[in-house]
Design a protein around this ligand. Structure first.
Ligand code: HEM
Length: 425
């Protein structure tokens, strides 16, 4: 079976994101499938720049089919529009897909286990990740779903993301793009577009499920610790979600998507010393080099010293880059994720909200995002008892969690038709 991933995963991230979640209106499986086919039709017309007609002169007493904000001419400039569909576990339930034919690692995001209380815990049945270099083009997609498929889907939530600053439009450079906290973001990330090895950590190949790293035993890790240098006390792990042992064939080329939307206060962050900020991230603010190297531009992409000298604590054990990727050996390397999020800048009463629409793609949830978050970032006993939680996320930059969810992004039937989502019968 050919496995064609959806296009809005590995392409250059356009300037704007609208992330919209929807719920099926119809409860029975046949009707939900028909709704999804209708959605595929709308997405096809959006991705072909096909607009609806306005009314002829003699029919103006009825509403116009086309809403009109992109004009009325087909073949309009889509500004690199991609529309990526993800389906949550409740979505698969609505579609009537039996347990054994579902993506095996998909389940509702366990907010309680993640230790987070979002303002909107509803992940919906479907998510559309709509990206384009023009926000009107993104808006039109949501508008058309609301207008034409209002009887099929109800909108649950929307979030708008804006791409990081880059000096040349149309380009997203790892050497320039900075998170709203002022640090380069995306330095150490998977590159599934250019590296087949990285792509294998992002897209599902049912014949390679046996390669997934197993969970460590709950409690203390037996034997010498791979972290913190010779003789260092070992980590303790919480009980983790079981690792999938198989995936259905139809899921080949699909991927899991984790969404986590949060805001944070920039005033207290901006008032911290640069040293304190750098210690919590684990990188130099201006050059982006790992804190255990020299503060020099050319060292941006050099591996941190702690990768080969676990005893070196110039990058603190609790620093964000060390908590989220401790580099303790081959198994840790398999837990990496592809981060493709968008900073969030949104109005609020008497304020401007800043945050992050964290979006990650990976071939599993349990051995990647959820492992990173529960076994490492939030685990006070990792990499050694008493280390504490991640010094950025649970120290210098407390977040308010708005929402998010776990989704499965199905592969395509036809490589050049990004609305032909493959689904199980
Ligand atoms: C407000 C939220 C967050 C901010 C501002 C933030 C910021 C950053 C920054 C500045 C870096 C270093 C540059 C880089 O390598 O890209 C980084 C790396 C990373 N972050 Fe976050 N992050 C946030 C949330 C998260 C969350 C929730 C996760 C959960 C898995 C995460 C996982 C990672 C990973 C895996 C790396 C790469 C570490 C490495 O390989 O060195 N981040 N983040």
């Amino acid at each position: 079976m050919a496995d064609y991933p959806q296009t809005g995963i590995t392409n250059r991230p356009p300037e704007h994101l609208i992330l919209a979640t929807f719920r099926f209106v119809h409860q029975d499986a046949e009707a939900a499938r028909a709704s999804l086919r209708a959605l595929s039709g709308v997405v096809e017309r959006e991705l072909r720049s096909e607009l609806d007609r306005t009314n002829p002169l003699e029919a103006k007493e009825i509403p116009s089919e086309e809403t009109g904000e992109l004009g009325f001419e087909d073949d309009y400039d889509r500004a690199h529009l991609t529309i990526t569909l993800g389906i949550s576990s409740s979505g698969f339930e609505h579609l009537g897909v039996v347990e054994e034919n579902r993506p095996q690692d998909l389940r509702p995001i366990p907010w309680e286990q993640l230790g987070q209380a979002p303002t909107n815990p509803d992940a919906g049945d479907l998510v559309l990740q709509i990206c384009a270099d023009n926000l009107y083009v993104c808006e039109h997609v949501v508008r058309r779903v609301e207008e034409e498929l209002g009887h099929e889907f109800s909108l649950v939530a929307t979030t708008i993301g804006s791409q990081r600053y880059n000096s040349r439009p149309g380009r997203t450079s790892k050497r320039e793009g900075r998170a709203l906290i002022g640090f380069l973001d995306g330095t150490s990330n998977l590159d599934p577009r250019n590296s087949p090895e990285d792509a294998a950590l992002v897209f599902i190949d049912p014949s390679r499920v046996g390669e997934y790293p197993p969970n460590p035993p709950t409690g203390e890790l037996p034997g010498p610790s791979p972290y913190g240098g010779e003789g260092a006390p070992g980590p303790r792990f919480p009980e983790l979600h079981p690792v999938p042992t198989r995936e259905p064939d139809w899921a080949a080329g699909g991927t899991y998507m984790t969404v986590r939307t949060s805001t944070f206060e920039t005033n207290p962050w901006d008032d911290l010393s640069q040293n304190a900020q750098e210690r919590s991230v684990g990188r130099f603010k201006v050059t982006g080099a790992s804190l255990d190297l020299e503060d020099k531009d050319p060292l941006l992409n050099d591996e941190p010293k702690f990768a080969t000298e676990q005893g070196n604590q110039e990058v603190a054990l609790a620093a964000h880059i060390r908590k989220s990727n401790p580099r303790g050996g081959e198994e840790d390397a398999k837990r990496r994720i592809f981060r493709r999020g968008y900073p969030l800048i949104a109005p609020a009463d008497g304020a401007l909200r800043r945050g992050l629409v964290f979006i990650a793609f990976a071939r599993t949830i349990s051995t990647q995002f959820e492992f990173i978050f529960r076994a490492w970032i939030r685990n006070p006993d990792f990499p050694a008892p008493g280390t504490g939680e991640d010094a950025l996320l649970f120290g210098t930059l407390p977040e308010q969690i708005l929402g998010g969810g776990y989704y499965f992004v199905p592969p395509l039937e036809h490589k050049t038709k990004p609305w032909t989502w493959r689904l199980p019968v």
